[in-house]
Design a binder for this molecule. Structure first.
Ligand SMILES: [Zn+2]
Length: 265
């Protein structure tokens, strides 16, 4: 995906599969009109990984760092997650870990920070690591976050307000999923795009205002944030992608006759 001079590429780390009804409050009937988002066994398939953003002047940002080389079961075997491919995916893009200049976390859930360190050492030794200060305060002692980011706490730089993180990459606060959940606005010239983090896990959440989220720290705030985003996006022709969208491909939210639809770029 090109956004003006910015080039954005998915960096796959693995996959997560789970029953579609893992979305709180959803039923098989509710999913019936949305089968296109499910696999042939009616399961949700979530991508795991991050996005590489190539900026002018050779700066390379990695937005989110996948789940890492780990795997496990979800819901007693009804689903699973499997990571481990992120560095290989970067290599296929001809990028080495030491080439990354900026690592930006949309939020600090463990499936977005997995490759930040290995055995307590920064995987991307030349990168500035950035996260929202509110997320760090919330997650710093978390049993899944502390082992990964705790050893490099002094290397984390934090933002606490909307603003520019790197040339063409701006933070836009989108709280609810986590306290410091952030949408990254990509801009170059008149072109614009967004990386949604986990404000949205599956495009279906942008179609239906009443759809519940997944794993939200503050579900009501997360819903208000999502609905405001959907209203902003509908008909705006802004390409957006999120870390868990199938294939991590960009799409747009269109609105016609009072209904929204999701169209992949
Ligand atoms: Zn996630």
């Amino acid at each position: 995906m090109k956004i003006g001079d910015l080039v954005v590429e998915p960096v796959h780390d693995g996959v997560m599969k789970m029953p579609a009804t893992a979305f709180q409050g959803t039923t098989e009937e509710r999913w019936a009109p949305h089968q296109r988002f499910l696999d042939d066994q009616g399961r949700l398939e979530f991508a795991l990984g991050g996005f590489l953003v190539r900026m002018a002047g050779g700066r390379l940002a990695l937005v989110d760092a996948g789940i890492g080389a780990r795997s496990g079961e979800i819901r007693s075997g009804a689903g699973y997650y499997q990571g481990g491919e992120l560095l290989n995916s970067l290599a296929r893009l001809h990028v080495r870990a030491e080439d990354i200049t900026d690592v930006i976390f949309t939020h600090l859930h463990f499936d977005h920070i997995g490759w930040a360190t290995q055995d307590g050492v920064m995987t991307f030794p030349n990168a500035a690591y950035r996260c929202d200060e509110r997320d760090w305060q919330h997650f710093r002692d978390n049993e899944r976050v502390q082992p990964i980011l705790g050893p490099i706490e002094d290397r984390l730089s934090m933002w606490a307000a909307n603003g520019t993180l790197a040339p063409g990459i701006d933070a836009m606060s989108a709280p609810g999923h986590t306290p410091g959940s952030t949408i990254l606005v990509l801009s170059s010239g008149t072109a614009r795009g967004m990386l949604l983090g986990d404000v949205v896990h599956c495009p279906v959440e942008l179609l239906d205002d009443e759809w519940s989220g997944m794993g939200d720290v503050d579900p009501e705030l997360a819903k208000r944030t999502r609905n405001a985003l959907a209203r902003e996006l509908e008909g705006a022709h802004v390409p957006v992608a999120a870390a868990h969208f199938p294939g991590m491909v960009f799409g747009r939210l269109l609105a016609a006759s009072g209904r929204r639809s999701w169209v992949v770029d």
